[in-house]
Design a protein around this ligand. Sequence first.
Ligand code: SF4
Ligand code: ZN
Length: 317
Amino acid sequence: MSGSYCTVCKKRESFFYRKYSGQQLCKKCFCESIENKVRATITKYHMLKFDEKLAVAVSGGKDSLSLLHILAKLQKYRPRTSLIAITVDEGISGYRDEALRFAEENCKELEVPLHIVSFKTLFGVTLDELIARVRENKQTELTSCAYCGVLRRRAMNIAAREVGASRIATAHTLDDEAQTALMNILRGDITRLVKEKPATTKVHPMLVRKIKPFCEIPENESALYAYIKKIPFQDTPCPYASEALRNDARTILNTIEEKHAGTKFAIFHSIEKLRPAIEQTVEKEKFKTCKNCKEPTTQNYCKTCEMLTNILHTPKI
Ligand code: SF4
Ligand code: ZN
């Protein structure tokens, strides 16, 4: 807002009006506020111990690259924490190749090693091939993102284990968290509501814990951070991005946020307060080993094996 001064430093001209807090911020104070918030979130949710190896899930988009830049910066305060970027190549032609270039470029600049895993290597099939089969089989009950999500989670977990990381940081923003909460309520899925925590606990030795240091950063602020810091990122959307319910949740939340600033924070904090009470009503998951791939699962066969078998009609992966 031209003409007004930054509420924090009171020296530089304001660049951004943070409606939910009423602050006018200059570029410098804005970026510092994001970095401080991430640091505070890590502390608040006990996301990291002082000497851990952290894998950062990097897609090549603005959120994951902003997160990578901030975590690389915060590493100065945590010299015994080591950082490695992990990128999953789902095999989406014309999209993921470009994203990989952005991931590589940023990792090189930050001197963070990058580990890439692909669906093709892990599961013998690319997402393009899988979705082609889904369409051929007319198995349209799930969205492409639902199929992709199952394989991505598995790929990420395997990649983190391969590099010896004890935690995976993902760039889920406040918007993602509020949308997911609303979607889980709309679906009546209380178990998922409990599971989607800012920091997961250790539930199985083969499941790497996940942390979400951006869970209290609004998506538009993550984008603004990338823009101010001139972080190169991919901004073309995935050709399969199709989650209808998430799109509706996004539209609803953005509309309410516009009229009532702070709504997304209110939803996020409400769930955080409710979670301990809900947790007591949900049965604890009992893990077994998948009869096919030997990965942990709560069923006889894991979701990944079940899904691949179902689509590819093969008895084994
Ligand atoms: Fe996978 Fe959906 Fe993300 Fe595309 S938008 S990479 S299909 S989860
Ligand atoms: Zn399995």
